[in-house]
Design a protein around this ligand. Structure first.
Ligand SMILES: *Cc1c(COP(=O)(O)O)cnc(C)c1O
Length: 408
């Protein structure tokens, strides 16, 4: 973790629940933070709560779904914005043995909490970095013949046998050797000591089950596997796990679904939400009818209005595209248990919430407004912002107080 985690019961993060007896959980829910990061909750503009119990429950659900295949975990992009160290450690405790990151820096961060687990680096081998892979026991996902040659030369010279994945492109046209190259290489890889421990490919359109590329890629990958008998195979990301059949291989690589993103868009989300984002209300003001709120005066009060200004902005990763104007509603926030619309442009560090519909005595300075979670769906937030939940997660900011709720 970049910020040291303080262990123990953080009273400030629990203050809200303590003031409202009705919010007391009935079942022994995992509500006490096991770790916190970032500034203290009272000083932070916004609070990000990451439910590690939900994360590990999601992993276990996927793992049981794919049995007897192995379920790995993708923790790239700082664990999809949730914190690579606490996320990886929790998944390892749940039994996950194989992790995927994007680059060496992430592999190092993951290795810090994963002493024995396999760590694959999806972006592959950058020139001259093979010794760094060996140093931390990370495995490159080899995506071209040039990379394979460089890795081979390193393994031959050093005797390193730490493993690597061979990525075959079956339709993405991003990384990976061609299927023809893979077939030609197969006898050499199986007999020679290349140290290839995983044959991998990546689905293009797994979130759209009826997309014809799924069947094409699954069939092609099945053929390739036959050439690489004895070497584990991996094809499915989160959505690939939910395809009708045949996409699992020996090891699946879910990322998004672990963090609560719906792997089956258009159908009910089978995953538990993991992330809650709350912003602190720093000021409440009343504005007269006809007054505008925020930059560029795009939102006009249609009646005398109460406006809560909260300390969260686009610098924190909350999309500016969710601003509200007279023409178009923006995001919603939950204040005192009720949904309220945003008012005006989201600025760098602040946003405004129209809390006129709340009783006069609720929605006060110091209260928290929920922007993601508590029923505000991450995928919907992404969609309304013209993007996907993945991007909203991956851009989550650095200024939050982070509270990690423990595994049950
Ligand atoms: C990011 C990534 C995954 C995980 O995808 P999700 O859709 O988040 O489950 C799996 N494999 C590769 C190669 C990836 O780049």
């Amino acid at each position: 973790m970049d910020a040291p985690a303080r262990r123990g019961y953080d009273r400030s993060a629990m203050a809200e629940a303590e003031t409202d007896p009705a919010a007391e959980p009935i079942a022994p829910e995992p509500t006490k933070p096991v770790a916190t990061a970032g500034p203290p909750a009272a000083e932070a503009g916004a609070i990000l709560t990451i439910d590690l119990a939900a994360l590990t429950a999601n992993w276990r659900m996927l793992a049981s779904r794919v049995t007897p295949s192995e379920c790995g975990a993708v923790v790239k992009a700082d664990g999809y914005g949730c914190g690579i160290a606490p996320v990886s450690a929790a998944l390892a405790r749940a039994g996950c043995r194989t992790f995927f990151v994007a680059d060496l820096a992430e592999a190092r961060a993951a290795r810090g909490v994963l002493p024995d687990q396999a760590i694959y680096v999806l972006n592959g081998l950058m020139p001259g970095t093979a010794p760094a892979f060996a140093e931390i026991g990370a495995r490159p996902v080899i995506g071209s013949l040039v990379e394979l040659a460089e890795w081979d030369a390193f393994c031959a010279a050093s005797g390193w046998r730490g493993g690597a994945a061979l990525h075959v492109d079956t339709g993405m046209n991003r990384l990976g050797i061609s299927p023809e190259e893979a077939v030609a290489l197969a006898p050499r890889v199986r007999t020679g000591n290349h140290g290839i421990t995983l044959l991998m490919s990546h689905l293009v359109a797994a979130q759209t089950p009826e997309h014809p590329l799924n069947a094409t890629q699954i069939a092609l990958f099945r053929e390739l596997r036959a050439h690489y008998r004895g070497i584990a195979s991996s094809l499915a990301n989160s959505s690939g796990i939910f395809l009708p059949s045949g996409a699992h291989g020996d090891l699946v690589r879910p990322g998004a679904a672990l963090y609560g993103i719906n792997p089956t868009p258009g159908r009910p989300n089978p995953m538990r939400p993991v992330v809650r984002l709350q912003a602190r209300i720093v000021h409440v003001r009343t504005v007269p009818r006809g007054a505008t709120v925020g930059y560029d005066a795009t939102w006009t009060a249609r009646r005398p209005s109460r406006i809560a200004v909260a300390a969260l902005g686009y610098a924190d990763g909350f999309p500016r595209a969710l601003s509200a104007s007279d023409e178009r509603p923006g995001a919603e926030a939950i204040v005192a248990g009720r949904r309220c619309p945003l008012a005006g442009r989201i600025s760098m560090d602040l946003l405004a919430i129209d809390i006129t519909r709340l009783p006069d005595d609720v929605g006060r300075r110091g209260d928290l407004a929920t922007l993601i979670g508590d029923g505000i769906d991450l995928d919907r937030v992404g969609e309304s912002a013209g993007t996907i939940g993945y991007e909203v997660l991956a851009r989550l900011g650095r200024r939050y107080h982070r509270a990690y709720l423990g595994e049950a």
